[in-house]
Design a protein around this ligand. Structure first.
Ligand code: MN
Length: 713
């Protein structure tokens, strides 16, 4: 590529580009690299030009293009950074410096020095994101021309690309670079797989292209008939994603049917939902495959509707629906906000959308050990993690889906132990609140709060899980001991026996041994927990005839509950599971609803909604009165089923209505029915029955909604 071709390419998106500056950088780089050759024997200069070309593909500004041309002169030629600065100015010099520094980092080493370099890179990246964009272009060009290196060197670079650069491209949302890097990495890591895939894909080319054309034709017609202007594209998926799928699901190439993905690009968000409705009306959607990344954008700002439908020959077809703007973001990611724009500086709000990058920088200021930083950054790049702030401004990272309870345990185990809720960005939230990037979390503790069984389902970190389990175990045992001692004492006294004396004389330990238990304390705890009845204990201490007229097990349990809860056999139920209390999974009762408890042997009390069919089927003898405790804790799950007309914008209107009531949706599913209706199923997290009823009422008022019902198994 000549200097003129490059200048023309930049001029296409940036008419006022400083052609003279590009020309000078081109000439300077050419002169400095003159005589240098690549492994292939080609002049080295081909590489910086290739990088500058990729930077122009990203439509970045002139300093970035120049830095692309100059990115290797400081490291690989006699030119110093000072010379670059005096020739091309501060801005370009600092970009070149940034890229040079990253190139010196060996990412696979965990040495402290390398960690420090990695930190510098993140800092450079945060100071000027163009540095990392240039570096990505550099790596992309290198990966395309890796063929002439020795195989072990190829594999090393390919691995580093998969480990570091592809995740960065993904995190920055630059899809085409990520795909390019991954495909080339596969080519050098697993050449046999790569070329086999390539042959397979080529074999069915004609067939596939015909298929693509036809699907596009039908989709376009369906959309056009509805007055939606859309651009429909279909293309084979990139090799690495096919490979990844084969690996992950242990499939052969022939077993992968969705090799082609279709994309529908429309003008507005409303059109996106309308197009989705039309696609679902014409092709049967595969349940559970619909994802709404418009309502809930990914961390890297990606937005789209994803769905999978059954095609005409029974095959699965993936369809992504998005607006032109969303498409631009999905292809260019962060680069979309750094590309040259006429007379417009990068908006502040755009920079704020990359809050995670700022957090990284602020975070590193609080860490003295760079290795710690490296470890955490890697985690962030490789897994989906969230970064949140403590009130003091420290940043902590958590796996995606972690809640305020995980946060509390990270602060201190005592804080976790008494965590009653949290203020997130100043607003009170329940315990089940999932942390999201950039939140500032302040834990609210109360002395009376302690962990419950329900917490185990709410936490993601192993630290929190271990602590909660330990507490539950302790609690169970100490509670069981107290109850067991009480019950045994009384039943023994009725027969003239004394628990304390029996223990002292070792009688109880003998009984315990007969049950295969460690000691008398374990026996007492076993009675308290309901695993062993007093009748069983007595039968070991007394001749059997003396046991006539012994009360039933139910009667014993009923009395046991009376002991635990006071004079009336009434169990106070909080919104959160208790060791002794469980909620029926069949009906998921909510605070405020009428409930009935059932005594379950060895498992305490199970609480059902009074209208639950399980209630009728249960033995009334085991029934026990239960009542909600006021002011009870966390959000509870409820499922809603909304039947509505299958028309554009319905789903958006419903989700908006749920969100408007301050209720979180934990999952959603859409299914079209034959009669041009759709059934939308939502799982929502609500505080109580009143809140759920409010949400159901407001959905019911929406135009097009036929009915709303609470879904129960
Ligand atoms: Mn280079």
């Amino acid at each position: 590529m000549s200097a003129l071709e490059l200048i023309d390419k930049v001029g296409d998106y940036h008419p006022e580009a400083d052609a003279e500056l590009i020309q000078r950088a081109y000439d300077f780089s050419e002169k400095m690299h003159r005589g240098q050759r690549r492994q292939s024997g080609d002049p080295y200069f081909i590489h910086p030009v290739g990088v500058a070309n990729l930077i122009a593909d990203l439509k970045l500004d002139v300093p970035s293009v120049c830095a692309g041309l100059l990115h290797d002169v400081v490291e690989d030629t006699l030119a110093s950074l000072d010379v670059v600065q005096s020739e091309f100015g501060e801005e370009i010099a600092s970009l070149v410096d940034g890229v040079t520094k990253i190139s010196q980092v060996n990412f696979t080493s965990r040495e402290e020095k390398q960690a420090e370099n990695f930190r510098k890179m993140i800092l450079a990246m945060a100071r000027d994101i163009r540095v990392i964009l240039i570096k990505l272009a550099d790596r992309t060009d290198n990966m395309r021309t890796l063929g002439h290196l020795k195989p072990d060197r190829q594999r090393y670079i390919a691995q580093e690309t998969l480990d570091v650069y592809a995740p960065i491209a993904h995190r920055l949302g630059i899809n085409w670079i990520k795909n390019d890097l991954e495909d080339n990495a596969l080519r050098f890591m697993r050449p046999e797989v790569y070329y086999q895939l390539k042959r397979n894909v080529a074999k069915k080319k004609v067939e596939r292209e015909k298929y693509i054309r036809e699907f596009i034709k039908v989709v376009s017609r369906v959309l056009a008939d509805a007055g939606i202007e859309a651009e429909v594209v279909g293309r084979p998926k990139h090799f690495y994603s096919i490979y990844d799928k084969m690996q992950r699901y242990d499939l052969l190439y022939d077993q992968i049917y969705d090799l082609v993905g279709f994309r529908v690009v429309v003008d507005s968000v409303a059109d996106c939902y309308a197009a989705l409705g039309l696609v679902h009306a014409n092709w049967k959607p595969v349940p559970g495959r619909f994802k709404d990344y418009i309502a809930l954008p990914k961390n890297n700002m990606y937005q789209s509707l994803h769905t999978t439908v059954i095609g005409t020959t029974g095959e699965r077809v993936e369809v992504q629906i998005r607006t032109h703007e969303m498409h631009r973001v999905s292809e260019f990611g962060i680069a979309a906000h750094w590309r040259y724009k006429e007379g417009k500086a990068t908006g502040k709000s755009e920079a704020q959308r990359f809050a995670w990058l700022r957090q990284l920088v602020e975070w590193q200021q609080n860490l003295s050990d760079p290795r710690e930083f490296l470890g955490s950054i890697k985690e962030d790049l490789f897994s989906d993690e969230v970064f949140v702030f403590t009130p003091a401004g420290d940043v902590l990272n958590f796996p995606e889906g972690a809640t305020v309870i995980d946060f509390a345990y990270r602060i201190h185990s005592e804080v976790g132990q008494h965590c009653a809720g949290a203020r997130v960005n100043g607003v009170l939230v329940p315990l089940g609140y999932e942390l999201s990037n950039g939140d500032t979390i302040e834990i609210v503790t109360t002395a009376s709060q302690t962990p419950s069984k329900d917490w185990l389902g709410m936490v993601k970190t192993s630290r929190a899980k271990t602590r909660i389990r330990a507490w539950l175990k302790y609690l169970e045992r100490s509670r069981s001991l107290a109850v067991g001692r009480d019950v045994l004492e009384r039943d023994l006294r009725k027969r003239g026996l004394d628990l304390k004396k029996l223990r002292k004389r070792g009688k109880l330990a003998e009984v315990a041994a007969a049950f295969g238990l460690k000691d008398d304390e374990s026996l007492i705890a076993g009675v308290g927990y309901g695993k062993i009845t007093t009748r069983q204990v007595l039968s070991r201490l007394l001749p059997t005839e003396d046991l006539d007229g012994e009360e039933t097990e139910e009667g014993m349990l009923r009395r046991l509950i009376r002991r635990v809860t006071g004079s009336e056999p009434s169990v106070k139920v909080s919104g959160v599971d208790d060791v002794m209390v469980r909620f029926g999974k069949c009906c998921d009762p909510l605070p405020g609803e009428e409930i009935i408890g059932f005594i379950t042997r060895g498992k305490g009390v199970t609480v059902h909604a009074s209208e639950c069919p399980q209630v009728l089927a249960s033995d009334p003898q085991r029934q026990v009165h239960v009542a909600w405790e006021s002011g009870s804790g966390g959000a509870r799950r409820a499922r809603l089923e909304v039947r509505c007309l299958d028309k554009p914008g319905m789903l958006a209107a419903i989700t908006k209505s749920i969100g408007g009531a301050g209720v979180n949706i934990s999952s959603a599913q859409v299914q079209s029915t034959r009669d041009e209706q759709a059934i939308n199923s939502f799982e929502v997290m609500v505080q109580d029955a009143a809140q759920l009823n409010g949400v159901m009422r407001s959905i019911g008022k929406l135009r097009g909604v036929i009915n709303v019902r609470r879904a129960r198994d």
